[in-house]
Design a protein around this ligand. Structure first.
Ligand code: FES
Length: 104
């Protein structure tokens, strides 16, 4: 059964921005765009940049180093959707932000 883990307060994530949280020894970037929260693995699979520092437009984050683009909805690389980062449902419960993690 998927597990929900509280990782932040709503106020910790600025509108239009992102934070990085470490869950299960993995860095996850949580974006807050137009009031919606979305979470994908933070580490770019190209050379390891932090995607939380990328530019978000049209539902994709652009890596700040070499501009690969990843969809926030499912973590897919926009140029080759067969390559996917982890993507995690985000739930807001009161003032808490929770990530839904898959079974181990
Ligand atoms: S490190 Fe992200 S595109 Fe190169």
């Amino acid at each position: 059964m998927p597990q929900r883990v509280t990782v932040a307060k709503v106020a910790d994530i600025p509108e239009g921005g992102a934070i990085v949280v470490n869950v299960r020894q993995k860095d996850v970037a949580i974006f807050r765009i137009n009031g919606q929260f979305q979470a994908i693995d933070d580490m770019c699979p190209h050379m390891g940049a932090s995607l939380s520092g990328g530019f978000v437009e049209d539902g994709c984050v652009t890596c700040p180093w070499h501009y690969w683009r990843f969809r926030l909805s499912d973590g897919a690389w926009a140029d080759n959707p067969k390559v996917k980062l982890g993507a995690y449902p985000v739930h807001v419960v009161g003032d808490e932000v929770q990530l839904e993690l898959p079974d181990l």
